[in-house]
Design a protein around this ligand. Structure first.
Ligand SMILES: [Zn+2]
Length: 400
């Protein structure tokens, strides 16, 4: 069989047996290269393979090698090697350690990748991290293996230069997307079928837990907006300053702080993910009430290609989400800033695929809450928080 055919067969085998890895497996790009002993990867999802040396490999062995390379990439073994400041002389020990971490997760009936170490080879129990195998494990002398810079980050003679176009390999940004996709696929696989390997689950959970970040970022931006306004002195003429009230015929302004006015513009065009929209709204609701602002005091404008009339509701779930067509949020933003009272803080919740006003809003601080994995850029005057991936139903991020 020709190399291309062997690769397709092995990739299908791998995706069938490890379905949650499919997005990573299909992002791999193969390069035939005789400089490689048999197979090695780099950090850009490129796998270099020696055609002749791999000629008699079974489909499942080549499939396992692919799963193995994907494992190094997903778990960031190259950057973890940089963190431990790996020296070239420790390179084989490192590869053995991270290989053992990956091999713990292989199904029992599968072959081990060629010459790669298991936890037993390093005289340690299974399910440890690569770093633990590296610092505590015994050293294997009889065999070793170089999986490529995908495993340790040290450049190899066969490595192609970093990709400039997406057809040359996977960029850092795409890599993040693939990692997230695989992590959520692994958790979904566990929910639906069970039997997802424990190392994989540990990795997926920790990767996705880090994404709680958007909530703290959103919270920080909203808190900042609210506290600046609430703490700001307002030279209000509405309440005469008593000290000077003896001055006949003169009303001097008094200093007072006030509760900020908040408005929300909600993109209700067809492209929005309702689940994420619900989560974002519920977060905003929570942060506002912590800041002493009741949700029902917030004016909410739905907008697709036109702005809806303002709504005030007690909770996010009472909103009438009208819309569904194309998107032109300048309509909704203009309706929100010209409404009375005009907002001090304007929160725009959208997937970002819209036109924006060209210049900053004259009286309002604005925060764009961008829903989805890869939102487009936004104007400089607008603060942005990216909300991606809904996760745990457990914590009740749904519409209240
Ligand atoms: Zn390896």
């Amino acid at each position: 069989m020709k190399l291309e055919e062997r690769i397709s067969a092995a990739r299908l085998w791998a995706a069938y047996n490890y379905p949650y890895l499919a997005s990573a497996l299909f992002a791999l790009r193969f390069v035939a290269d005789e400089k490689v002993a048999d197979i090695a990867g780099d950090e850009y999802f490129r796998v270099y393979i020696n055609d002749e040396a791999s000629l008699d490999w079974s489909v499942d062995l080549l499939g396992v090698e692919m799963i193995h390379q994907v494992g190094h990439l997903l778990r960031g073994h190259a950057s973890r090697a940089r963190e431990v400041e790996l020296r070239e002389e420790d390179l084989f020990r490192w590869v053995d350690a991270v290989d053992a971490e990956l091999n713990d997760d292989l199904q029992e009936s599968d072959p081990l990748p060629k010459d790669s170490a298991s936890h037993e080879d390093l005289s340690l129990p299974r399910s440890l991290f690569g770093e633990e195998y590296f610092f505590m494990g015994s050293t294997r002398t009889e065999k070793h293996r170089d999986c490529g810079s995908s495993a340790h980050g040290n450049p190899r003679p066969w490595d192609e230069p970093p990709p400039e176009r997406s057809t040359d390999g996977v960029t850092a940004e795409e890599k993040e997307l693939i990692k997230r996709r695989v992590a959520s696929d692994a958790l979904a696989h566990e929910r639906n079928h069970g039997a997802t390997p424990s190392g994989m689950l540990r990795w997926a959970n920790s990767l996705l837990a880090a994404k709680v970040d958007w909530r703290s970022e959103l919270g920080a931006k909203l808190r900042q907006g609210i506290s600046e306004i609430a703490g700001a002195v307002d030279f209000s003429y509405r309440r005469p300053n008593r000290r000077y009230s003896f001055l006949p015929g003169v009303v001097l302004p008094s200093l007072r702080s006030r509760t900020p006015e908040v408005s929300i513009v909600l993109d209700t065009s067809a492209s929005m993910s309702e689940e994420l929209l619900g989560q974002a709204l519920s977060e905003i609701d929570g942060f506002l009430s912590n800041g002493g602002i009741r949700f029902e005091s917030v004016q909410i404008f739905t907008c697709d290609s036109q702005a809806g009339s303002p709504q005030r509701v007690r909770r996010a779930s009472e909103l009438q989400l009208v819309g569904g067509g194309g998107t032109d949020l300048t309509q909704g933003i203009s309706a929100a800033v010209s409404a009375r009272p005009s907002p001090d803080l304007l929160v725009v919740v959208t997937d970002g695929w819209t036109t924006w006003p060209q210049s900053p809003l004259p009286r309002s601080r604005a925060v764009a809450v961008l829903i989805g994995d890869n939102p487009p850029s936004t104007p400089e005057w607008l603060q942005r928080v990216v909300v991606n991936e809904s996760l745990d139903g457990k914590r009740g991020w749904n519409l209240k």
